[in-house]
Ligand binder design. Structure first.
Ligand code: HEM
Length: 447
């Protein structure tokens, strides 16, 4: 791994969030974008968002200088692009004009992400402190932009932003755990594990607050449609044309791009915790062939699950600590795919972390456990380690809290998606042309 968290654009205080609040306005050259965003909701209501965007000239991204400016530009362009494509009062557009598409692709390339709305745009780079002199806290956060102009949408993002805010503590503790292992200090490892545990406890308590101010109806019908991408999307079966970017194929037909939209599954923080604790995701139906189990997390049509890598109980430490990249890639396309929506530096952090994350392996080797403890247990989501040793207990507590996270999250999926979807299927929204057309009976995997 590179030496410090900062090398990966990670703050030891704010984690994957920028260390200072995101920029609220781009330099004056980009005022035409900003003015459109200022007027986003009124223009959409007046049926003039698309025509106003069509009138923009193509601006040069070379005037963007700082990382904060790139983040802001990505948020602005993503918002305008998704407003343009999914305009609530118009037919879906399968083409994005060059004035948005060209700079958006350039900004995305710079950041190492796909040109489609993502977790980084709406969560990591979309907040401000209401009282700048007061601490970062859910009760002191506001969003910079929402598609639906509702408080519910703001709350939906801000709960997730607040969760990301625990990243500084979590990642610092993960790094200390890895260091403690390197120097063989079990006491420090135990302390670090307790710190990791306490951040997951805080994450879970914050996740629970989603219900407070985000109405499932508003989320499902008014927010989620804008967070759609253009992959496996009924209304954009071929994807989206980024005009002025890709040109035509050999037959003279325009080239389409396909990307999935935003999901907090793109949170590098949750993946970092999984990696550090040796919890791994597998998509539905792709159970690993090695021993261990893969309990299905029932996200209706889009199941996602996690398990431990059971290679850990091998005394050959070289094997233990060097995951087989090909094996992982084959088994975890889901995990790798959503990483395309993380910035290049954050993605690199997860890759490097996976190479050195060995907490579970280390504890097992210290405790002298034999291979029988890796046997899968069909009734358990997470395989706790046996024994009352305080280091083992501290590790097991982390697992317990991750289990709690998944269980609380599953409840959110049920309330905010599955139940809403059922209502849709039962026809309770059938009087709305718009709403009934946006989801034709499919439960989308992403928000
Ligand atoms: C109303 C709130 C939420 C809903 C309806 C929701 C829905 C979903 C759905 C449908 C998935 C499966 C698609 C996918 O795997 O990308 C998913 C995955 C995921 N979501 Fe959420 N989510 C919500 C809030 C959150 C929050 C606040 C977080 C915190 C960071 C989060 C973290 C994750 C993670 C890490 C995954 C990947 C699967 C996993 O690790 O278990 N979600 N979410």
């Amino acid at each position: 791994m590179e030496s410090t968290l900062e090398d990966y654009d990670i703050s030891p205080v704010t984690g994957f969030l920028p260390s200072t609040p995101p920029l609220r306005r781009l330099p004056s050259y980009y005022e035409p974008w900003e003015v459109l965003l200022d007027n986003f909701h009124v223009l959409m209501l007046a049926g003039r968002l698309r025509s106003s965007i069509n009138k923009l000239s193509v601006l040069d991204t070379n005037f963007l200088k700082t990382l904060a400016e790139y983040h802001r530009a990505f948020l602005v362009l993503s918002s305008l692009a998704h407003g343009y494509v999914w305009d609530k009062f118009d037919e879906v557009s399968d083409r994005l004009p060059a004035c948005i598409a060209k700079p958006w692709v350039k900004v995305s390339d710079y950041l190492g992400i796909s040109p489609v709305v993502n977790h980084a745009a709406v969560v990591l780079w979309n907040w401000r402190l209401i009282f700048p002199d007061k601490p970062f806290d859910l009760n002191n956060l506001a969003t910079l932009f929402t598609f639906s102009n509702t408080l519910d949408e703001s709350w939906f993002y801000l709960v997730t932003t607040a969760i990301e805010g625990f990243g500084g503590r979590a990642l610092t503790a993960i790094m200390s755990a890895i260091h403690a292992i390197k120097v063989g200090n079990n006491q420090n490892l135990t302390v670090a594990l307790r710190d990791i545990n306490s951040t997951i406890v805080d994450i879970n308590a914050t996740l629970q607050r989603m219900h407070e101010k985000c109405d499932p109806y508003v989320f499902y019908w008014m927010v989620r449609p804008y967070l759609n991408g253009w992959e496996n999307e009924d209304r954009l079966p071929r994807g989206l044309i980024y005009e002025g970017v890709d040109g035509n194929d050999e037959n003279g037909n325009p080239i389409y791009r396909r990307y999935v939209g935003a999901s907090a599954g793109q949170s590098a923080l949750i993946q970092a915790l999984d990696i550090a604790l040796n919890i791994e995701h597998y998509p539905t139906g792709v159970k690993p062939q090695i021993n261990g189990h893969c309990p299905m997390k029932n996200y209706t049509s889009g199941n996602s699950c996690f398990r431990f890598d059971s290679k850990f109980n091998n005394n050959d430490t070289t094997e233990q600590y060097s995951p087989d990249e090909n094996n992982i890639k084959l088994q975890q396309p889901y995990l790798y795919k959503i990483r395309q929506s993380m910035t290049g530096r954050h993605r690199k952090f997860l890759e490097d972390l996976a190479k050195v994350a060995n907490i579970r392996d280390y504890i097992i080797s210290q405790m002298g456990y034999d291979s029988s403890i890796t046997a899968s247990s069909p009734d358990e989501d997470m395989e706790m380690l046996p024994g009352t040793n305080e280091m083992v207990q501290a590790y097991n507590e982390c697992l317990n809290q991750m289990k709690n996270f998944r269980s609380k999250h599953l409840q959110l999926v049920s309330i905010y998606i599955v139940i809403q979807e059922r209502r849709n299927n039962s026809g309770s929204h059938s009087n709305s042309m718009y709403y009934s057309s946006i989801n034709k009976g499919n439960v989308r995997l992403l928000y």
